[in-house]
Design a protein around this ligand. Structure first.
Ligand SMILES: Nc1ncnc2c1ncn2[C@@H]1O[C@H](COP(=O)(O)OP(=O)(O)OP(=O)(O)O)[C@@H](O)[C@H]1O
Length: 313
């Protein structure tokens, strides 16, 4: 369990995290989403005592991280996969961690097997690919068999098999009753992995809810309607707050009305409808909707036009 109360971090005049209150519960995967610079890493670093809060408190399993006598059994964290001795082998890196935390050597071999590091375990970590570095970071986080796991962008650099592995691992650990808190930029991945989402933008929490609720709140929730009278039904349904888009094959996509309201209008006016399908907005829609005003770094929009060549380059 992680509990943050009014947690804030300022760097001079810059507010990285602006006083957030949230709870990450055991037995589920909680996703931490937000645009670049939103404050995810700073929040995670404060949870494990690597950054000192300017204000507020955060506890892990009931205590501030630094007060735990057995920190690696309490919290496993992957915050910066590059934070290893580059000249040490993966095996020796894990062995050194185990030795200083009273963890048996047998556990080193277990986490090497769990993370698929076997073939490279004796190689120097400095030569690892991004994906192998991530696996070593996850192995380090798992070493103490912790009750709470904090993973910052764990699928960064992993191949599809690795992404699936992280998803299954996170789900397995949650099913064992552990607290799993992970950040990612990959919305589609989060949709398949997390039960609950905390969305942060410009250092403030902008959503904290079960994933299903965030998807249902997407204002892009559409109903697909198939009817033999496309023109007539779209006229009947049109009105304030309702958007009706006509597509080929006798299909309409309606936003602003639910399926029951559409069916009732069709019935009243004796229009034949042969499909009514609520289409949940994607997590990506919901996420962009939530964070559209909170993005610190806006990218150039290309739409479907070719980028314009700049003279002189
Ligand atoms: N040591 C620091 N000194 C000054 N500003 C910092 C420092 N660390 C973070 N920041 C700023 O605080 C804000 C939050 O940064 P943070 O790294 O927590 O965001 P993030 O959500 O993890 O972003 P990303 O997804 O890009 O990793 C950013 O504007 C960042 O530039």
């Amino acid at each position: 369990m992680i509990e943050a109360v009014n947690l804030a971090k300022h760097y001079g005049a810059k507010t990285a995290v602006g006083g957030v209150t949230f709870t990450v519960k055991p037995g589920m995967v909680t996703g931490f989403l937000g645009p670049n610079g939103a404050g995810k890493s700073t929040t995670m670093r404060m949870i494990v005592g690597l950054d000192k809060p300017t204000r507020g408190t955060v506890t892990v399993n009931g205590k501030p991280f630094e007060q735990h006598r057995d920190p690696l059994h309490q919290v496993g964290a992957l915050l910066d996969a590059k934070a290893v001795h580059t000249s040490r082998s993966a095996y020796n890196h894990l062995l050194a961690m185990a030795a200083t935390h009273n963890i048996p050597t047998r556990r080193v071999n277990e986490v090497i097997d769990m993370t698929g590091l076997g073939p490279v375990a004796k190689k120097k970590a400095g030569g690892f690919s991004l994906g192998m570095g991530q696996r070593l970071g996850i192995a380090s986080a798992l070493l103490g068999d912790p009750q709470t796991l904090i993973l910052d962008e764990p699928v960064n650099g992993l191949d599809p098999e690795g992404v699936l592995w992280v998803r299954n691992l996170a789900r397995y650990l949650a099913s064992e009753g552990k607290t799993v808190f992970l950040s990612s930029h990959l919305m589609s991945e989060m949709a398949q992995t997390a039960d609950h989402l905390i969305v942060i933008g410009r250092g403030q929490i902008i959503a904290d809810a079960p994933i299903a609720q965030i998807l249902a709140g997407s204002d892009k929730a559409k109903i697909r309607v198939r009817t033999s009278e496309v023109t007539r039904l779209s006229q009947l349904l049109g009105g304030a707050g309702v958007n009706v888009a006509c597509h080929e094959n006798e299909t309409l996509e309606v936003t602003g009305l639910d399926a029951r309201q559409i069916a009732a209008t069709a019935l009243e006016n004796q229009v034949l409808v042969y499909e009514l399908t609520p289409m949940n907005g994607s997590l990506e829609d919901a996420y962009f909707n939530l964070t559209k005003d909170e993005v610190e770094y806006h990218s150039q929009q290309f739409n479907d036009q070719a980028p314009v060549a700049v003279k002189g380059l």
